[in-house]
Ligand binder design. Structure first.
Ligand SMILES: [Zn+2]
Length: 232
């Protein structure tokens, strides 16, 4: 997921405290005392320590998602390659991903370390569990560090499968019926990840008449509209 000193991990300690990895340290060599405690503005509570330069991206996730307790950011290569190639991660292909992650949107490029990133991530993370930052990396949230990390792992694994499917001739999507059954599973296990209108119960539009490319375009446009509306 990362090389050298890439990536950052944080956990919510309390109403005004976040524990976050320090800047410029390989995560394989971290000691407990290296971790930095900050307030909810991302400012270290102890002077002389430096937390991740991407702390603002974490803070905004905790602000927009009171339900989460951890944020993991990394640079998963296959998922990032999709964004470099200008492709989104096609939704509605892998049942496990449909149920546990829903749509993983790709946010348009923003300057890493700038306030453009949290401004884009905040509204977006309200509607998803993981997202891709174009040309940069990916981010996932969860009720623990491991659950957020596992979501990131699922994103990269899904991207790898989709890449191989593309190489083998293209992507096929699950049928509308299959998606509706998965939606029932979501309800049963209490996951409230949104599905696009064409897949909602009672939808009377012509979902069956759409070809796969048109459906992907429709879903992508809906996600982008939602992100743009949220960032205004
Ligand atoms: Zn990064």
């Amino acid at each position: 997921m990362i090389v050298a000193a890439d990536g950052n991990v944080s956990a919510r300690l309390g109403p005004d405290r976040i524990l976050v990895t320090p800047t410029g340290v390989c995560k394989g060599f971290l000691a407990p005392e290296d971790l930095v405690v900050t307030d909810m503005d991302g400012v270290p509570v102890r002077s002389g320590v430096k937390c991740s330069t991407e702390i603002a991206m974490h803070v905004v996730c905790y602000r927009h998602r009171p339900d989460i307790k951890a944020v993991v950011h990394a640079h998963p290569p296959t998922a990032v390659a999709f964004s470099v190639a200008g492709r989104v991660l096609e939704p509605h292909v892998l049942p496990e991903v449909v149920v546990t992650l829903g749509i993983v949107p790709t946010l348009p490029y923003t300057d890493p370390g700038s306030y453009e990133v949290p401004d884009a991530v905040g509204p977006a993370i309200e509607n998803c569990e993981a997202l891709i930052l174009e040309f940069h990396g990916a981010l996932a949230v969860g009720d623990s560090v491991m659950s957020a990390y596992f979501k990131l792992e699922k994103v990269e694994h899904a991207a790898h499968i989709l890449l191989m499917a593309h190489q083998l001739g293209g992507i096929r999507m699950l049928s509308r019926e299959a998606i509706l059954k998965l939606q029932e599973t979501q309800k049963r296990v209490g996951i409230t990840i949104g599905l696009p209108p064409a897949y909602r119960q009672g939808y009377t539009g012509a979902a069956e008449d759409l070809d796969q490319e048109a459906l992907i375009a429709q879903v992508t446009a809906a996600v982008i509209r939602q992100l743009q509306a949220g960032s205004r």
